[in-house]
Design a protein around this ligand. Sequence first.
Ligand code: AKG
Ligand code: FE2
Length: 297
Amino acid sequence: MFEMGAETMGLPLAEKMEFEQGDDGQSPGYKAAGFTMTDEYGSLDTIEFLNVSKDDALAYPSVIHRTYPSTVNARMNSTIKPFVEKSLEINYTFLSIFEKKLALPPGALLGRHSIEDISGSEARCLRSPLNRDPQAKDKVALGAHTDFGSLSFLHNRLGGLQVFPPGVETWQYVRPLPGHAVCNIGDALTLFSGGILRSNLHRVVPPPSVQAAHERYSIVFFTRPGNDVLLRALADESELIKEALEKMVPEERKKFEPGATARKWFTRRNKNERTKNRTGPETWRASRGMEYKPEVI
Ligand SMILES: O=C(O)CCC(=O)C(=O)O
Ligand SMILES: [Fe+2]
C-alpha cells in the first residue's frame, strides 16, 4: 500500500487532478494540498491524499463510484482489495466486541456495516510534503477533526499525528510503533453508542525534530456504515445506551438524534471542509462532527 501511495503521489499533479474529489462532498478520489481548510479562518491544509472506495475496490473492474489513476488500478486486485478485506475483517472483530460491551443484540453494529452495502468505507493514502522552511514546522498539515465513520485503522511510520484526549490541555503526539496500527473511533460509533464510545479529536502536523527531514506517508482504512443507515443512538436496542442518554441534559441528548443518514453526515462534513465552498467561518463550523471543541483549534 505504501508503494502504491508513493507511485500515485509521484504522478504529475495534472494527472492526479483528473481524479479530484470535487466540491460537492464526494469522498472517493484525489484531494490536492490546500483543497480543505484547517480552521474557521480558512487556513489551508498541506496534505494530499487519495481515497479508494471499498465498493470500487471489491467490484473492480466494475465501477461503482468512480475510476482511479493507473497506479491504483495496477494494484487493485493484488494489494488494495486484500488490504480492504483484511481491514474490514479486523474492524468487524472490533465491532462485534463493542456489540457485547454495549449490551447490543448480535448484529446491531455489524448489520449496519454490511460488506454488501454501498458505503463511504474507503482506503486512503496521505502524503505530507517535505518542507525545509523553519516556519512550516508549526503549520497544521491536516486540521483538527474527528473521523466521520465508525472505525479507522491507521498505519504510520513517522510522527505528526496528534490527539486531544479528554482531560489534557495540549495536543499529544502519537508515536508510531513498528508492527502496530492506530485505531480511531469515529462519529458514527459515538452516535450509535449514545456517547459511550467517543470519537477523538486529532490532527496532523509536520513530523517532529529530525523526522522532519523525511516525506511523511500514512495509510488508513475507514469503516463507515452503509450509506442509508440512520445515525442515531441505539437506545431502543440496549439498556446501557438508554441509560447513557437519560443522564444527558436535553440539549446534549439532541446531538444523538441528528436525523441524518451516514451518507448525509459524510457529505455535509466533506463539502464544508472544502476551501472552494468557504463563505466565512460558518462553512468550517458546518463541517464539524461529534467532538467539536472550538477552543482548542
Ligand atoms: O496521517 C495521519 O496520521 C492521520 C490521518 C487522518 O487523521 C485522516 O486521514 O483522517
Ligand atoms: Fe482522521
